[in-house]
Design a protein around this ligand. Sequence first.
Ligand SMILES: [Zn+2]
Ligand SMILES: [Zn+2]
Length: 126
Amino acid sequence: MPGTGLGIFPLLALMACLGCGCGKSQVDQALDSDANGFLCPDCKAKFYTDRKVFANHCPACNKGNIEMVVGFNCPADKHVTYSPRGRGFVACEQCGKVTSALSIPREAELKTWGAERKTAAEVGVE
Ligand SMILES: [Zn+2]
Ligand SMILES: [Zn+2]
């Protein structure tokens, strides 16, 4: 039966692919989270929302120039400094060395950082 032997190859290739996890890189996993953290530069409010919700304005002062927060990992003491992204790497708030890696904070880390959970309605998302 010609064809039978060939037909199994795509299946094996697919299984091998799933096995090695090539569909999702380590970088993607590091950047995956269950929440979005924000900082308001005006009133310094820290808050976070559900992963699906991208806040339109600050829940405390209603201003729209809020900034999304990411974690900056310090290579020296493993401390994570939470700060708005987009300005290069910040200095570690604990030891002052320049951080070298980014991570997306998860809900538990945002709570520890001092952020409060806000609903979509509170941050202007209908
Ligand atoms: Zn604010
Ligand atoms: Zn440090």
